[in-house]
Design a protein around this ligand. Structure first.
Ligand SMILES: Nc1ncnc2c1ncn2[C@@H]1O[C@H](COP(=O)(O)OP(=O)(O)O)[C@@H](O)[C@H]1O
Ligand SMILES: [Mg+2]
Length: 240
């Protein structure tokens, strides 16, 4: 499954540092990270807890700003954007998936996705988004009637329904067992394959790197590995 090496970068981050200051205590979460994400690419971002993975992805997604360094989304420099422009960037271009699904409990799966499709510029229908994650038969179920893996797939449907350029997933399988976790990885794999959505998948589970086009490892706020995966497998072949 070789990829087009001429594909364009979606994100380019240069020299990112992020220092959190709490009172007199300073934490250096990122210490000079350079990274790019290419069109259509599925990157697995690995690293121990505290290595800076969430910080990095929050900066790429415009949820946070670096202390130093620059981030470009295509030609636009996010690190020079106004708050208003960053909000528009997130709304129009980025889908987020987190470990906890944050579904509205009083709304069905379809209604949870519709919350997003009602305000997006060029959305797919909630029905299409839910079908893409294998939940066509579960659209009218409430979150409490769905398993953890199914709820996470509703969250993925909600994230992809606006047809984002990038999907940023922070430990999406972190609360799931291996069987339902693999179904979530299958949903992400199919979205990436069929819609070409560039995807960053954070995990601390090294087994998951096998599904990536590219593997990036962070340790103590630095990139210690950034390699193409030449032996990519389907999610069903991952065991953890
Ligand atoms: N809001 C915050 N305030 C202070 N320190 C933080 C904050 N967020 C993260 N950190 C610290 O930054 C480092 C990197 O955190 P994080 O990016 O969450 O790592 P990971 O996602 O790899 O577990 C950790 O030492 C963490 O404690
Ligand atoms: Mg994290």
């Amino acid at each position: 499954m070789a990829r087009d090496t001429q594909a364009l970068p979606v994100f380019r981050a240069e020299g990112l540092t992020r220092i959190y200051r709490t009172g007199a205590v300073e934490v250096r979460a990122l210490r000079g990270v350079d990274l790019s994400l290419t069109e259509g690419e599925m990157v697995v971002l690995l690293g121990a807890s505290g290595s800076g993975k969430s910080t990095l992805v929050n900066i790429l997604g415009g949820l946070d700003l670096p202390t130093d360094g620059r981030v470009f989304f295509r030609e636009r420099e996010l690190t020079r954007a106004s708050d208003r422009a960053l909000t528009a960037f997130r709304r129009d271009h980025v889908g987020f998936v987190f470990q906890f699904y944050n579904l509205v409990p009083s709304l069905t799966a379809r209604e949870n996705v519709a919350l997003v499709t009602e305000i997006a510029r060029n959305p797919m229908t909630p029905e299409e988004a839910l079908a893409r994650v294998g939940l066509a038969a579960r659209m009218d179920h409430f979150p409490a009637e769905l398993s953890g893996g199914e709820q996470q797939r509703v969250a993925i449907a909600r994230a992809i329904a606006k047809r984002p350029d990038v999907l940023l997933c922070d430990e999406p399988t972190g609360a799931l067992d291996s069987k339902t976790g693999i179904q979530v990885l299958e949903a992400l794999h199919e979205v990436n394959r069929d819609l070409g959505t560039a995807t960053v998948l954070i995990t601390h589970n090294a087994a998951i790197q096998r599904i990536a086009h590219r593997v990036v490892v962070l340790a103590d706020g630095r990139v210690t590995r950034d390699e193409i995966n030449t032996a990519r497998v389907l999610p069903a072949e991952v065991s953890w």
